[in-house]
Design a protein around this ligand. Structure first.
Ligand code: PHE
Length: 454
């Protein structure tokens, strides 16, 4: 079935959609708790290094493959390397984003619930001594988090059904700047809280004695997760990108904005964590335990501002989470519709159903199923670690091997420099080629090996 593929309309739309995929709960929810779990500033330094040396090259690899093939991840392998085992890479990168979607949607549900609480003034109306148990009470309930997860996933499916242009493109444009301003406001407030300076210190004074093999693996995993790489998401989006787009500029633009967002989120949360006396290593609940404290405290000072900031904040977080979640679902939908001839509706429903069931198990792993342990982790943590620390870097590794060793240098150069028309890209190509062929693959394998052996 030959069908005209849709394209993103403008350059700004491409950057916004990619940044929309990259910027999400990974920055606002995952980054702060990773920093807390792995010891602060030293982790941040490793994360920055991994982002630029190991992970940004994967962005180039995925965009080169996606735009060259104008296909979903499986189709890309079929077109660029027909009849080879590379098709398994195509399949791997269809499965992993669907697993991520399952547990991501649970956290997306938490933001739905918190938006509801903000709208009903729960943060400002609860007495300060009761605010600390807020998250614990919510998460240990069986049904409420599942309902929230369902609502979130239904929204994702709805947007996906609206199609690439109308759904994804329009959605991302307006909300990102609003989110940025709100995070700045919360950061300023958070840093001004009594006791906050310990949190700031934690973020800027590295203690390198805390670094171990698992810290490096976690930093690399976070960089992959945050930039949506190694799962075919950026590849799929790049397949909708016009031929005159600049891959280098979109990559650097996406990586820098994503990084800034994460670090800013760290500064908005960590000082308040210390001010509230919460343990930085509290795990996935960290941000959701801290935010009620922030809004409650802010509410004691000026209730209406706090209520307003809380509502706007959760609306924008929700949008940020949605723009990332739709990018995960789009990978599978593109595959099922283009390769299996499924209708968009059927494909969307199939993926939604899978993510819904797995998501329920993840949600219950904070409550009734908290006793279930997979290799020493809860179901939620297990899937998250499996994806971030293993599946994403493995997908990324294979993408860079594909571009660096399977595709011809001439083809890669042609795609990266738009047929030699982009001067800066042409000048930098030697460096990029070296990163793609040697630095990124060797680096990722080195992290894998040390993590396995140490
Ligand atoms: N990068 C997204 C975030 O930070 C998560 C994501 C991972 C999206 C993998 C797509 C693929 O929230």
């Amino acid at each position: 079935m030959i069908k005209q593929r849709e394209n993103f309309g403008s350059r700004a739309a491409v950057i916004m959609a990619m940044a929309g995929s990259a910027i999400g709960l990974g920055n606002i929810w995952r980054f702060p708790y990773m920093v807390g779990e792995y010891g602060g500033a030293a982790f941040i330094i490793l994360y920055i290094l991994c982002s630029f040396i190991l992970v940004l090259p994967i962005f180039f690899a995925e965009t080169i493959i996606g735009r060259r093939s104008r296909s979903n991840t499986f189709g890309a392998m079929r077109k660029l390397a027909p009849g080879t085992a590379w098709k398994w890479l195509g399949l791997l990168t269809i499965v992993s984003p669907i697993i991520i979607l399952s547990y991501y949607s649970v956290v997306g549900g938490w933001s739905v619930e918190y938006l509801f609480k903000a709208l009903t003034f729960d943060f400002t109306d609860t007495p300060p001594d009761q605010i600390q148990g807020f998250f614990g009470r919510f998460i240990s309930a069986t049904w409420r988090p599942i309902v929230a997860h369902t609502v979130f996933l239904a929204m994702v499916a709805g947007i996906i059904l609206a199609g690439v242009k109308k759904g994804i493109e329009k959605f991302t444009k307006i909300t990102m700047p609003i989110l940025f301003v709100l995070v700045v406001i919360i950061t300023i407030y958070s840093v001004s809280l009594p006791g906050a300076s310990k949190g700031v210190e934690y973020l800027v004074k590295p203690d390198f004695s805390k670094i171990s093999a698992s810290t490096v693996a976690a930093a690399m995993g976070q960089a992959f997760f945050s930039l949506s790489l190694g799962v075919g998401t950026i590849l799929t989006y790049a397949s909708y990108v016009r031929k005159d787009e600049n891959i280098l500029a979109s990559g650097v633009g996406t990586a820098v904005s994503d990084l800034l967002f994460a670090i800013l989120a760290g500064f908005s949360i960590m000082p308040a964590v210390f001010a509230a006396g919460i343990t930085p290593g509290a795990g996935p609940g960290l941000v959701f335990e801290t935010l009620p404290f922030i809004f409650n405290k802010m509410g004691v000072a000026i209730p209406w501002i706090s209520a307003l900031v809380a509502i706007l904040f959760f609306v924008t977080i929700l949008v940020a989470a949605l723009t990332s979640a739709i990018s995960m679902m789009e990978v599978g939908v593109a595959y099922l519709t283009e390769e299996k001839g499924m209708k968009r509706l059927t494909a969307t429903l199939a993926i939604t159903a899978f993510a819904w069931v797995v998501g329920i198990l993840c949600s219950l792993s904070f409550g009734p199923l908290s006793g279930v342990s997979l290799l020493g982790n809860s179901i939620f943590d297990f899937l998250d670690k499996l994806c971030s620390n293993w599946l994403l870097p493995a997908g990324g590794l294979l993408f860079t091997l594909f571009v660096g060793w399977k595709m011809s240098r001439a083809d890669v150069k042609d795609e990266f420099t738009n047929g030699g028309t982009l001067k800066a890209n042409t000048r930098l190509f030697g460096l990029i080629w070296f990163l793609l062929r040697f630095v990124a693959p060797v680096g990722i394998v080195a992290v894998f090996v040390t993590n396995l052996l140490l």
